[in-house]
Design a protein around this ligand. Structure first.
Ligand SMILES: Nc1ncnc2c1ncn2[C@@H]1O[C@H](COP(=O)(O)OP(=O)(O)O)[C@@H](O)[C@H]1O
Ligand code: SF4
Ligand SMILES: [Mg+2]
Length: 372
């Protein structure tokens, strides 16, 4: 049996400025999909169709690891995060936390999941209730999920504020009395309130002033070291991902096209899309600061994605008809480095094997009197 990226065990070495993760898998997604129904114009002409926001992705996140998800806007990063947080129900596939599916949780498993998986979102303005004082915002998870007394919660809020670089007296203030960077610190304090094992960070520094970003990134790296936290970090800024992540998955139109340890993936990107992303992020002059990834050509619609390799209309090194006809499989081309592209032998061979198996099952079904 071939191993999928999620099943493949591997040793994580860690990077000099980052904590060393453990082997233990905290979260696993298996063939995860999210298709949104969309109506295509008048029912008379089109009827219902689907937007494939996330289409068959598998990955693991280990204890103490930062797993980065990167890609252009609209490639399915936030939808993946929402499914991992159990805020969005997958169309197919599974997600397990500590070995138990989060799609079939009973009371105890749900409590364990809600305690151990937290989130920090992009916009610290909209994610903090403007009418609540910081003490209530940071203390709320403890009020809901624990039996702690008011006094214990107040003490813990003070400790958390100190941990994220704020002052305990600031617990009495309202969100509007803080700067953007300080508000993101409050969001992080709240996420840490229940001592989680995994924090999903959806573009945590994108809305912040460039001068503040490094401070928040360093805070997150330090907190990971102190608490052994795992992060799922979503970002479109490659520098953020390279600095903070142990491993990275590159998404394109709802699929993972490349996945591997951060340094090899950035130093020797294999997929033409990853190469294009990295070269687009490298400014032609040191004074140019790129905030967004801009590649030539339009991202095709996820409602009617191109056949075969979905990157084929934009690919500068397209081989030929095989790229339009056959969907490349994500395969391990180098140790711990997965890529889905027909330029690479394992990927092409796996795709051919899948296509052959599918071709063989159709006549078999037809022989049994079923419609294909
Ligand atoms: N609730 C929804 N209904 C329909 N389409 C959605 C919904 N949420 C996201 N999408 C679509 O799914 C795709 C992926 O979106 P998203 O996960 O937000 O991407 P990203 O975070 O990478 O920018 C986009 O085409 C987006 O328009
Ligand atoms: S499969 Fe073909 S079109 Fe797709 S990225 Fe590889 S070479 Fe380009
Ligand atoms: Mg998003």
């Amino acid at each position: 049996m071939t191993t999928t990226p999620a099943q493949k065990p591997n040793a994580v070495t860690g990077m000099a400025h980052l904590a060393t993760p453990k082997e233990e898998v905290l979260l696993r997604t298996t063939r995860l999909r999210k298709y949104f129904p969309v109506s295509r114009g008048l029912a008379l002409f089109g009827g219902k169709s689907h937007l494939k926001a996330v289409d068959d992705i598998s990955f693991d996140i280990r204890a103490g690891e930062t797993f980065g998800v990167v890609g252009e806007s609209g490639c399915g990063k936030t939808t993946t995060a929402k499914m991992v947080l159990n805020l969005e129900r997958p169309t197919g596939g599974d997600i397990s936390f500590e070995g138990k599916s989060i799609l079939k949780m009973d009371g105890d498993t749900r409590h364990n999941f809600r305690t151990n998986v937290q989130a920090v979102f992009q916009d610290p303005w909209s994610s903090l209730n403007p009418r609540m004082r910081v003490r209530a915002i940071v203390g709320e998870p403890m009020e809901i999920a624990t039996n702690m007394t008011r006094q214990q919660i107040t003490t813990r809020v003070g400790e958390l504020l100190t941990e994220v670089g704020l002052n305990p007296y600031q617990a009495n203030l309202y969100p509007h009395e803080f700067s953007g960077g300080q508000r993101q610190r409050i969001g992080i304090a709240r996420a840490l309130a229940l001592s989680p094992k995994l924090v999903v960070l959806d573009e945590p520094v994108s809305a912040l002033d460039v001068s503040i970003r490094a401070q928040i990134m360093n805070l997150l790296v330090d907190l990971q070291k102190q608490h052994g936290l795992a992060y799922m970090l979503i970002a479109h800024n490659l520098a953020t991902v390279r600095y903070m992540c142990h491993r990275v998955a590159v998404m394109y139109l709802g699929k993972i096209v490349e996945m591997g340890d951060t340094d090899p993936l950035f130093d020797d990107p294999m997929h033409p899309y990853t190469r294009a992303l990295i070269s687009a992020a490298l400014p032609s002059h040191p004074d140019i600061k790129r905030e967004e990834i801009i590649l030539p050509g339009e991202v095709p619609s996820p409602i009617n994605p191109p056949s075969g390799c979905t990157f084929n209309p934009r690919c500068p090194v397209k081989i030929g008809a095989v790229c339009e006809d056959l969907r490349p499989a994500l395969a391990e081309e180098k140790t711990r480095h997965w890529v889905s592209c027909h330029l690479y032998e394992s990927s092409l061979k796996s795709a051919e094997a899948v296509a052959k198996a599918q071709a063989e099952t159709v006549p078999a079904a037809a022989r049994n009197g079923r419609k294909g």
